[in-house]
Design a protein around this ligand. Structure first.
Ligand code: UDP
Length: 310
């Protein structure tokens, strides 16, 4: 039975990935420091004898017998990763070094959860993997953006220097069940505010765009990427190319929740990207992957999930 380690396994993406891997019959170990991970996300697996949980920080070295590593550990919502930015950079950089060392020691395959944030506030649209980005190296998003860029660099250097088997995916905005309702990101904020009849907090004019991928689609792409040949490292964009303004998102959420909430406009946070949309041609070619779930359907499912928490 293949042994898989998922760092950040109690988080939003990590727990969805654990569920998928357990369903496929793997032996799954989740490692999490519970900074943004949540016990509710892994509670369904706790009775499963193929599931193991290690409460530990990814910045601490760890030794477990493993065939595959998915390195998802890092706070990913701007308010959380900006709370302790030095810790965020350490999580990205020391975390990937520890996981690459583990992969090297056990001849395991490692898949790094990179991010569309490596493109910064992009000047090319949509973003292809060949685009090198437009990142502020010392702004309030830099801890995450540069941390993740350094992690990519380390993955490729471990491959070039030691032959460690690595793969890199760049994840665009993703939403769905197991998101923390207090996470601070736009989809969770808007849905929770609409359900509670509170004002919908639009930052800036709300004309900035994002492309939202439903989590099941993303997990499918991630698993396919892990299954590619060793000489295919990526990076590969994974996201849904449907592009929406935050005003459009707010309007959809209000309509779907039949909410009486009104919009309130708050200042745009520093370095907030104006536009973001993945070019997923490479994922189509190499993984035969494209998202199946449109924003309307995904929002319905996510609203259902959040309604069940109340
Ligand atoms: N945003 C917003 N209201 C919120 C939370 C976020 O208008 O309550 C905006 C934010 O300024 C950004 C977009 O929504 O332009 C997506 O923000 P999120 O934090 O979800 O992710 P990001 O893509 O910025 O990392």
């Amino acid at each position: 039975m293949k042994k898989v380690l998922v760092t950040g396994g109690a988080g939003f993406l990590g727990s969805n990935l654990c569920a998928r891997l357990l369903k496929e019959g793997y032996d799954v170990t989740a490692l999490d420091n519970m900074y943004t991970g949540r016990i509710e996300n892994i509670r369904p697996f706790l009775g499963n004898e193929r599931f193991h949980f290690i409460m530990r920080d990814v910045t601490e070295p760890v030794d477990v017998s493993v065939d595959e590593i998915y390195n998802a550990a890092c706070p990913a919502s701007p308010p959380y990763y900006q709370l302790s930015p030095v810790f965020t950079t350490k999580t990205c950089v020391l975390g990937i070094i520890n996981m690459l060392e583990l992969a090297k020691r056990h001849n395991a395959k490692l898949l790094q959860f990179s991010t569309s944030e490596v493109y910064g506030d992009p000047l090319e649209h949509p973003q292809r993997e060949s685009y090198r980005g437009h990142v502020n190296p010392n702004g309030i998003r830099s801890c995450y953006d540069e941390g993740k860029r350094c992690a990519e660099s380390l993955c490729f250097d471990y491959w070039r220097e030691f032959g460690t088997r690595v793969k890199v995916i760049r994840i665009f905005n993703t939403y769905g069940p197991n998101m923390d309702p207090k996470d601070g990101r736009v989809v969770s904020n808007f849905i929770m505010q609409a359900m509670r009849g509170q004002d919908i907090t639009v930052y800036g004019k709300g004309t900035q765009t994002r492309s939202f991928c439903y989590v099941d689609d993303l997990i499918e792409g991630i698993v396919r990427m892990m299954g590619t040949e060793d000489d295919f490292l990526g990076p590969v964009n994974l996201g849904n190319p449907g592009e929406f303004t935050m005003l459009e998102l707010a309007e959809k959420v209000i309509r779907k929740t039949k909410s009486a909430s009104r919009l309130t406009f708050l200042p745009l946070p520093g370095d907030d990207p104006v536009q973001r949309r993945p070019d997923i041609t490479l994922a189509g070619e190499k993984l035969e992957w494209e998202p199946q779930i449109a924003l309307d359907e995904g929002l319905d499912r996510t609203i259902h999930y959040f309604a069940g928490l109340a």
